[in-house]
Each structure stands twice: as C-alpha cells, then as structure tokens.
Design a protein around this ligand. Structure first.
Ligand SMILES: N[C@@H](CCC(=O)N[C@@H](CS)C(=O)NCC(=O)O)C(=O)O
Length: 216
C-alpha cells in the first residue's frame, strides 16, 4: 500500500486526518504539501486528482478520496484494529455520524466563513455576524456534551473531527468557560490525548500564526 495525503498543516480538516492517522498508528504515510495561500490547489495536477480542489485528499494506491470525515471513516475501516473510533453498533454509529455532519454543516462553515475574509480577501478583523455563528455553534456543542466525549465514554471520530475545528475556532473566539463549561472540559480532555498532541498541535500553531499575521 502507498498512502499519500495532500495537505496543508494549518487546515482543520487536514488535522482531523492527521489525528486519525496518529490514533490508528498508521505508519509510512507520504505527505504532499498543497499551499492554498499560493493557490496550488487550483493547479491542473491537483484538480485532476480532486476536482473539488480541497485538502485533505487521500490516495491509497490508485483509490482517491476527499473530505476529512469520509477519509477518517475509511482509515478506521481499512486500518483500524477495531471499530472503537467509528463503532459498528447502529446507534453509536448514527450518533457519531450526526456529530460528523454537524462538523460539516455547522462548525466548519462558521469557522471558514470567519477566517476566509481574513486569510484571502484582505479583511483585518472578523465580521461580528460571523463571530455570532461561532458563538451559536459553541452553544450547540455544549448541549451535546452530556458525557466525557461527544458520543459516550470513549473517543470516536466525532471528537477527532470536531476538535480539529473547535480548537481552531477557539483561536478566533476564545471559548468562555463560564458559558460553556462542558465544552472547555472536553477541549482540555482532547488536549491531553497523544493523537491531539501529535496530530493537531503543530498545525494549530501555524493556524494561530497565520491568523495573527492577518489581524490588525
Ligand atoms: N468538508 C471538507 C472541507 C475541506 C476544505 O474546505 N478544506 C479547505 C482548507 S481548510 C480547502 O481545501 N479549501 C480550498 C478550496 O475549497 O478550494 C473536509 O472536511 O475535508
């Protein structure tokens, strides 16, 4: 097998895949940098691989897949020693899927909508209406956190994918522990995990530095 991941470290969905790779201990992945700031994702070579020109994109020999959630589920199915990260039990699987779709539909768009004008359009501060969307997303996540992890008592892909986004949102709008104690507690639990330290920290630092360089 030759696994290749097209990536940029600052990207939250890329970091979700990094964390999945760490959690599964998959060795020998080839990494190819795609610099979005230099518009490398729009070059013919990459668009031929992924017409939607997003990172992360995975190649497993000649099988190509994009979208971090789809990639994470595929990696567990193909390389996981068991199903703990993406349970086969129908109800647990459904709850993980709900959180993954929540990341795709609510969390990530609120983050992307806030930082895109800063990173790519020359705006110097986040728009208040976008920060409101992040705040609302924090509120939803707080209400889901009735157990230590997003789905019950064990880490799943729901935690891995959502923490990639939420740790980045926290850089844009720090999470208020008085309003969102469950969310802060969960983030702190995630930060202690080896997969987070190895798969998220360094890219999150790059995200922080990029954000800082764009803010007035
Ligand atoms: N839902 C996708 C989102 C991927 C995404 O939007 N990635 C951004 C970087 S954070 C990207 O590739 N942007 C370039 C583009 O959309 O052309 C996933 O989870 O992989």
């Amino acid at each position: 097998m030759v696994l290749t991941l097209y990536k940029i470290d600052a990207s939250p969905p890329v970091r979700a895949v990094f964390m999945t790779i760490e959690a599964l201990n998959i060795p020998g992945v080839d990494y190819v940098n795609v610099n979005l700031l230099e518009r490398e994702h729009l070059k013919d070579d990459f668009v031929k691989i992924n017409p939607q020109h997003t990172v992360p994109t995975l190649k497993d020999d000649d099988f190509v897949l994009w979208d971090s959630h789809a990639i994470a589920g595929y990696l567990v199915a193909k390389y996981g020693a068991d199903d703990s990260l993406y349970p086969n039990d129908p109800k647990r699987r459904a709850l993980v899927d709900q959180r993954l779709h929540f990341d795709t539909g609510i969390l990530f768009p609120s983050l992307r909508g806030t930082v895109e004008p800063l990173f790519f359009w020359g705006e110097k501060s986040p728009r208040p209406e976008n920060l409101e969307k992040i705040e609302k997303a924090y509120g939803f996540t707080e209400s889901f956190l009735t157990s230590p992890w997003l789905v019950g008592g064990e880490v799943t892909l729901a935690d891995i994918c959502c923490v990639a986004t939420i740790s980045s949102m926290n850089e844009v709008l720090p999470i208020d522990g008085n309003k969102y104690p469950n969310l802060v507690g969960w983030l702190e639990r995630c930060e202690k995990e080896i997969f987070y330290k190895k798969g998220n920290e360094s890219g999150l630092l790059q995200f922080r530095q990029l954000l800082k360089s764009k803010l007035q």
